[in-house]
Design a protein around this ligand. Structure first.
Ligand SMILES: NC(=O)c1ccc[n+]([C@@H]2O[C@H](COP(=O)([O-])OP(=O)(O)OC[C@H]3O[C@@H](n4cnc5c(N)ncnc54)[C@H](OP(=O)(O)O)[C@@H]3O)[C@@H](O)[C@H]2O)c1
Length: 354
């Protein structure tokens, strides 16, 4: 089973049945067990062409397979070091199967060396074996599928801001504050001294966002005059051009840094005008920070720090996040369309099985 999206019209979807391919030497077959679906996956589809997300799991002409993060089981293997039955975490298509070409197989996992993936960012080509993963815990698989890639980004932003002494700012302003990526960052920032965390969200999600308890101030998009004054960093998860302009105009020379991270408001994106006050918005490029911290701390040191930060975060999410489990084509399609159109209850998240 493959869930396909029309690249030219993201509302048009369909399913196709492909026969299980015959494995070549050096290949393994992964049976996709389950995956998380959040707005992050919608952003992969929105930027499928521009940022090559469609190229990870190619489909027939004109159609795309939206990448997801999830668990899969090794169903067959022509690779001596990779045993049938092993459970792996990684970047998957929303399909029941994926053929990979594992290389550099060790106790921690492997890299998929399928030729069409070679030119794509390496961070997405690694698969982690549950048995060698410091973050793995059978009881938190849902959280790993849903939150791990989002938390990873938030961890890197929090670390980047600390490393930059927050550009001298006393507050960090986050848009789409109700999103899991923003609340993960707010959680990490709330544990640091000397910084106020300001959340911007829609009126419908303001109460939920306040109740999370990780924002010092929550302001809805329709009351931006209530934004506090002071030296600020803006971390933009919404990508909303009008909102960005309002935030820049509110802080002007007090805006110390403006980081572009997400695009949840994908119907309101727009170019950055030359006359925008404050610093030019800068894309937060996670792989650069990964490369830096891998050199600074070593791969193992980096993974250990991440696992230490992950534990209290996951415990915190258990107090407010309800996971909804769905199975089969209809559940996948409905969840995808709801996310695409912003029909989202931020207190819930979806784990789906093909
Ligand atoms: N650059 C990176 O490396 C990186 C990594 C991880 C995530 N991200 C980005 O972070 C963003 C958040 O992802 P997530 O998975 O954490 O999201 P999520 O938890 O599913 O976010 C849900 C929230 O996003 C806003 N939203 C979603 N769809 C919308 C729509 N169609 N119209 C208006 N608002 C909408 C709403 O927040 P409000 O009402 O509060 O606006 C909603 O409560 C995504 O754009 C994702 O791509 C980027």
């Amino acid at each position: 089973m493959e869930f396909l999206v029309d690249k030219a019209d993201l509302h048009r979807t369909r399913f196709s049945e492909a026969p299980t391919p015959e494995l070549q030497s050096g290949q393994a077959l992964l049976n996709v067990s389950a995956f998380g679906l959040t707005s992050n996956n919608i952003t992969y589809a929105m930027f499928g062409e521009a940022m090559s997300y469609w190229n990870f799991f190619p489909a027939e002409e004109g159609w795309g397979r939206v990448p997801v993060w999830g668990f899969a089981d090794v169903a067959a293997s022509n690779v001596a070091e990779l045993t049938v039955g092993a459970r792996v975490y990684g970047y998957l298509p929303p399909s029941s199967e994926l053929v990979v070409a594992p290389v550099r197989v060790d106790a921690r996992g492997f890299i998929d060396a399928t030729p069409h993936r070679a030119a794509l960012p390496a961070a997405y080509n690694g698969y982690t074996l549950s048995t060698g993963d410091p973050i793995y815990d059978a009881d938190t698989e849902d959280a790993q599928m849903l939150l791990r890639p989002l938390f990873f980004t938030s961890y890197l932003i929090d670390d980047f801001l600390a490393d930059s002494e927050r550009f001298g700012a006393e507050m960090v302003v986050l848009s789409s504050a109700s999103s899991k990526t923003s609340s993960a960052l707010a959680f990490l920032l709330s544990r640091r001294e000397g910084v106020d965390v300001v959340g911007l969200t829609s009126a419908r999600s303001a109460e939920f966002t306040r109740a999370l308890g990780v924002y010092d101030v929550v302001v809805s998009y329709d009351e931006l005059d209530a934004l506090p004054q002071g030296r600020a960093v803006y971390v933009d998860m919404a990508g909303d051009a009008e909102l960005r302009s309002s935030v820049h105009n509110h802080y002007r020379e007090d805006l110390a840094h403006s980081a572009v991270v997400g695009a949840t408001h994908h119907d309101s994106l727009g170019a950055v005008p030359e006359a925008l006050p404050g610093p030019r918005p800068t894309f937060f490029f996670a792989p650069d920070r990964v490369a830096k911290r891998t050199v600074d701390w070593g791969r193992e040191g980096f993974e250990t720090k991440l696992a230490e930060a992950w534990q209290p975060y996951v415990e915190w999410t258990e107090s407010w996040l309800s996971v909804i489990h769905g199975q089969g084509p209809q559940a996948i399609e409905q969840t995808y369309l709801d996310l695409l159109d912003g029909r989202i209850d931020p207190a819930t998240a979806h784990v789906l099985s093909p």
